[in-house]
Design a protein around this ligand. Structure first.
Ligand SMILES: *Cc1c(COP(=O)(O)O)cnc(C)c1O
Length: 218
């Protein structure tokens, strides 16, 4: 299978309302261009420097999403162009994104990451901290960010009961916040191995890498 065929196959399998982020981390410009030439425009990267290099050389109608854990000192490099930051996990990081976005006269859309994995290693906010951040007075003063949704990363497992629990919890927190925060539209959950299940649980944005580009060599 070619990258072009893979991406068509993944897209055809998605409901209309679900956005596909093609996760292109570690992949070359040539490989990404195969997906681009097949009509795809939304790509996700997890390293700021790699994303900046690709942004510089690639067509400017690409929407670049930062999907990885983010350090505050790297925000400035992508502030001119990043379209969506998926994994925001602290008010300190939000403040920095707001500050850098202001310098470019932009409003950068952000997703707050909820820690849903039952395993230890994954990043994200607790439900208590996330809800407190959403309801804080401070967040209303950050005019150069907008929180457009939530993101989560499930445990790396084949246990569908566990995955269902984790996705279900994210959906539950999302729905609990929505009445007070109608700007929450995006629920970013699901990767190559579990995106169908994530969609069953209400995902509106899936982040799919290896099912499109093949396995990654680190
Ligand atoms: C790498 C990555 C993905 C894509 O993983 P695949 O299993 O290759 O689809 C999705 N989300 C995040 C945050 C990632 O880092």
């Amino acid at each position: 299978m070619s990258i072009a065929n893979n991406i068509r196959a993944v897209r055809e399998g998605l409901p209309e309302a679900v956005t596909l982020v093609a996760v292109s981390k570690t992949k070359s410009v040539d490989e990404i261009m195969e997906a681009y030439d097949a009509g795809h425009r939304i790509f996700g990267e997890n390293k700021v420097q790699e994303m900046c290099e690709k942004w510089e050389t690639m067509p400017k109608d690409i929407e670049w999403h930062m999907i990885g854990h983010l350090q505050r000192n790297k925000v400035k490099y992508m502030a001119p162009f990043v379209s969506l930051i998926h994994a925001v996990d602290s008010m300190r990081l939000l403040r920095e994104i707001d500050k850098q976005a202001a310098k470019h006269d932009r409003v950068i859309p952000c997703l707050l990451q909820l820690k849903i994995a039952e395993e230890e290693s994954k990043f994200g906010m607790t439900e208590t901290d996330l809800t407190a951040a959403m309801n804080s007075e401070e967040i209303k003063t950050l005019h150069h960010i907008s929180i457009t949704g939530l993101m989560g990363m499930a445990t790396f497992t084949n246990d569908t009961d566990q995955l269902s629990r984790e996705f279900g919890r994210l959906k539950h927190v999302f729905e609990a916040l929505q009445p007070e925060h109608p700007g929450l539209k995006i629920l970013s959950m699901g990767m190559s191995g579990d995106y169908q299940l994530a969609i069953d649980h209400g995902s509106t944005m899936v982040r799919v890498g290896s099912a499109i580009f093949g396995a990654r060599n680190y």
